[in-house]
Write a protein of this length. Structure first.
Length: 864
């Protein structure tokens, strides 16, 4: 579907063109839009629009194609014809020829000839067809410059008059006089009364593309017959009838989204492509709208029915409501049969893959299934050779592979799979209950372990670091070798394994993978258990002796108050460790696991914590000034009142972290993603958040003064009272109901920033740079834009009631339909700005406003 809002006589309308892509032939069908655009891209030149989505003064048909010599035998001339809706048109396609002196050469026989305007009479100086031939010399391969004679002729026009009217079936350009004469008058009266809408004297035939002899006074019924002669390479006569399908178009208006209003459609354009055996049926309609850009139309529902079997509007409304369901709507939207009769939906064989055309993965899967079936058949035959029943003593053949569903059947297939899965789960739960009861009795009888103890052991989540190490694997194998030798066995095979470089590499790789998995996911486990007094004493002794080393295992250690400044604990494990009041200033902890640890009041100033895991760690009041936390995991970490001045947080994960009262002044957090993080009162002056993403965050009263937030994204984030004085927010984006009431952007840079539909009540942008920014639909009542630079900015339909725009530079800005009641525009520059239909009142102040080349028309119509 194509849509286009338009204005006429100061009323707004939404034009719609609904496209049906159908095959020519006896079987009615609708092919996909994707298939249609693929075909059109191959048949129409890039500059040729399919349709203008505007009402037309007449119905019409067009033909794009080629003349084909009957039987494929080259001929000097071929008659071609198109008949539709009781009207026939015949043209003659003639082979290439040119003038030699004042005599025409003999036509060159051809088998195929394009029927476009370049082959009809015309030339660059002929307004009715500047693409044609016959007027001026043109270069001809192997001949030189000659006047090429037209290939397409109308046999009903005498030869001496053929230069007056080009012959063809195809679309006429809107700049050619055949259409341009219907465009209407664009004069001062139009500028005063109708601009930018259509002129009052526009003739709707301006939007017709076909030659006049292919137009009809009324819309088609959709069941008209057609016939084509010599326009198909294999069928000299191609006949048929339109499929009798009627599209259905409904709109829902904003504020009343659940009520559908049908848009009346008429079949006004049929565009044939006979050599492709395809046609595009274009149904036009229009509906009144309240806003010039159609923003008051909230939803569109598009379907189709057979003429004479039209379903009620309530059916389409129920489909819409089902598709809006947050749980199942996306899946139901795949089922086109809810909107289109199922028997009409077919894949275009010209664009669909041929049957059996499987991808590489399907081929491999098929071969695997075939091999498995052969192996099972062999096993069953082997069992049967012993006189046994293969159904009892051999594997059974798997059921036939179910073909993958198409989009239409996918929702039904998934519903069935879900029901089957639920039933299977119920059966498994019932079987499990029976087995559990039997096992409980056996365990109680054995006296080894009670069922409760077994369940507790099985269900206890993992805790602490992995125990897989390369050294441990080698030690275990060496012990097996020693035991074998002591028992008189031969350990040579075991020694071969110990000396195998590939096996040692595998052990090393397994250890590395286990450590990495632990680093990334330790915070999802239970904390490592606390160490006893003896273990803590040993660790204290080693640390006191300076024997701390990378990859040390300090999980669960009590290290409160210790001075570990500058220690190298790279990739060490401190899961669940207690370091309250300790000092790790300048320590190297890159890649370390500190999940679940208690670092309240700990000094980590200047520490290297790059890629470390501090998930669920307690860091309240911790000193992290200048610490490197790039790529660190801080999920659900408690950082209340922590000091992160000058810290590096590039790419860190702070999901669900608690940062109330944290000090991030001067910190760098490029590419940071914050999801559902409460940051009220955040101190982050001078911080760098370039490319950061804030999702569902609370930045109430946060201080970002002088910070850098280039290309930062804020989604569903509230930040009333935000301080961003002097901050750089170039290309920042605020989306999905962000609120920045009372925010201060004084002197900030917001070039090309997107604040569409953002709440900005009483926000202060004084002296800010808003060049190229978009604040359309924003609610900025009472905002201050004093002395801003907003060149080329967009404030379309922005609420600027009682706002201050005084002395601002709004050159080239778009303020159409902005609400400027009570606004102060004193000494502001609106050079070449668009203020069409702005809403002003007596309290709007204009003194000294620069208005050169400012657009004021059309003015807003009186209303509420």
């Amino acid at each position: 579907m194509l849509t286009r809002p338009f204005e006429r006589a100061r009323r707004f309308h939404l034009g719609a063109a609904v496209l049906l892509y159908v095959p020519l032939g006896e079987v009615p069908a609708l092919f996909s839009e994707a298939a249609m655009w693929t075909m059109l891209s191959e048949e129409l030149p890039p500059e040729q629009a399919l349709d203008g989505s505007m009402p037309k003064g007449a119905a019409e048909f067009l033909v794009t194609g080629r003349a084909f010599a009957p039987g494929g035998a080259a001929a000097p001339a071929v008659r071609v014809g198109a008949a539709f809706a009781g009207r026939a048109k015949t043209l003659i396609a003639v082979g290439d020829r040119h003038l030699e002196g004042d005599r025409a050469t003999q036509p060159v026989p051809f088998t195929e000839m394009p029927l476009d305007w370049s082959r009809a009479y015309g030339g660059p100086k002929f307004a009715e067809n500047p693409l044609g031939r016959g007027m001026e010399e043109m270069p001809l391969p192997g001949i030189g410059y000659r006047i090429a004679l037209p290939n397409i002729q109308d046999p009903t026009v005498p030869p001496e008059r053929r230069h007056l009217r080009p012959a063809g079936f195809g679309p006429i350009d809107q700049t050619w006089p055949q259409r341009a004469r219907h465009a209407g008058t664009y004069d001062d009266a139009w500028l005063q009364n109708d601009f930018p809408g259509l002129p009052k004297d526009l003739d709707w035939r301006f939007f017709n593309l076909a030659p006049e002899d292919q137009r009809f006074p009324r819309a088609f019924d959709g069941i008209e017959e057609y016939a084509f002669e010599n326009l198909h390479p294999a069928m000299p006569q191609l006949r048929g009838r339109l499929p009798g399908v009627a599209p259905r178009l409904f709109i829902a208006r904003r504020g009343n989204e659940d009520t559908l209003e049908e848009v009346a459609l008429g079949l006004t354009t049929v565009w044939f492509f006979p050599h492709r055996e395809r046609a595009v049926l274009i149904h036009h309609g229009s509906v009144d709208i309240a806003e010039e850009d159609g923003r008051d139309v909230a939803r569109l529902v598009l379907g189709a029915d057979f003429r004479g079997a039209m379903r009620p509007a309530e059916h389409f409304r129920s489909v819409m409501m089902a598709r809006l369901d947050p749980e199942n709507g996306a899946l139901l939207a795949l089922r086109d049969s809810d909107l289109i009769p199922a028997e009409l939906m077919m894949a275009d064989p010209m664009t669909a893959p041929p049957p059996g055309d499987a991808g590489e993965g399907d081929i491999l899967g098929q071969r695997f299934r075939e091999r498995t079936a052969r192996e099972i058949e062999g096993a069953r035959a082997y069992v049967a050779s012993f006189g046994l029943d293969p159904d009892e003593h051999a594997p059974t053949l798997p059921p036939p592979e179910e073909p993958p569903p198409d989009l239409e059947t996918l929702p039904t297939r998934l519903e069935r799979i879900s029901r089957e899965a639920d039933e299977m789960q119920r059966q498994q739960e019932a079987e499990h209950a029976v087995r559990r009861a039997s096992l409980d009795k056996e365990l109680e009888a054995s006296g080894v372990m009670t069922p409760a103890e077994l369940e507790a052991e099985v269900n206890t989540p993992a805790a602490g670091p992995p125990r897989i190490t390369a050294a441990g694997s080698r030690a275990d194998l060496m012990q097996i070798a020693l035991n074998a030798r002591a028992a008189g066995g031969d350990p040579s095979e075991i020694n071969d394994i110990l000396n195998d470089p590939e096996m040692n590499l595998l052990w090393e790789r397994s250890e590395t993978q286990a450590r990495e998995a632990y680093r990334l996911g330790a915070h999802h486990q239970n904390p490592a258990p606390a160490l006893d007094a003896a273990a803590n004493a040993r660790i204290h002794a080693e640390l006191a002796a300076g024997r701390a080393k990378p990859r040390a295992d300090l999980c669960g250690a009590d290290l409160r108050g210790l001075d570990l400044s500058g220690y190298d604990l790279t990739e060490a494990w401190l899961d669940g460790a207690d370091l309250r009041g300790a000092s790790l200033a300048g320590a190297r902890l890159a890649g370390a696991v500190l999940a679940h640890g208690n670092f309240d009041g700990c000094n980590l100033a200047g520490a290297d914590l790059a890629a470390a895991n501090l998930g669920r760690a307690k860091l309240a009041g911790a000193m992290l000034e200048r610490a490197n936390l790039a790529e660190a995991v801080l999920t659900s970490a408690s950082l209340e009142n922590a000091v992160l001045r000058g810290a590096v947080l590039d790419g860190a994960d702070l999901t669900d972290a608690k940062l109330a009262g944290a000090d991030l002044r001067g910190a760098r957090a490029k590419g940071l993603t914050l999801t559902k993080v409460a940051l009220p009162g955040l101190m982050a002056a001078g911080a760098v958040f370039d490319g950061a993403v804030f999702i569902d965050c609370d930045l109430s009263g946060a201080d970002l003064t002088g910070g850098s937030l280039i290309e930062a994204h804020f989604i569903r984030t509230v930040a009333p009272g935000l301080l961003a004085v002097g901050a750089n927010l170039n290309k920042a984006a605020f989306a999905e109901n962000c609120s920045l009431d009372d925010a201060r952007f004084v002197g900030a840079r917001l070039g090309e920033a997107n604040l569409r539909a953002t709440r900005l009540m009483r926000a202060d942008f004084s002296e800010a740079i808003l060049d190229g920014a978009d604040l359309s639909d924003a609610v900025a009542a009472g905002a201050r834009l004093f002395h801003v630079s907003a060149r080329g900015a967009r404030f379309i339909a922005t609420d600027f009631r009682d706002a201050v725009l005084a002395r601002g530079d709004f050159a080239g800005a778009l303020l159409s339909r902005a609400d400027l009641r009570g606004a102060d525009l004193t000494e502001a520059s609106f050079y070449e700005a668009d203020l069409a239909r702005v809403h002003t009142d007596r309290s709007t102040r204009y003194q000294g406003m620069f208005q050169t080349r400012m657009r004021l028309r059309p003015r807003r119509q009186a209303g509420p």
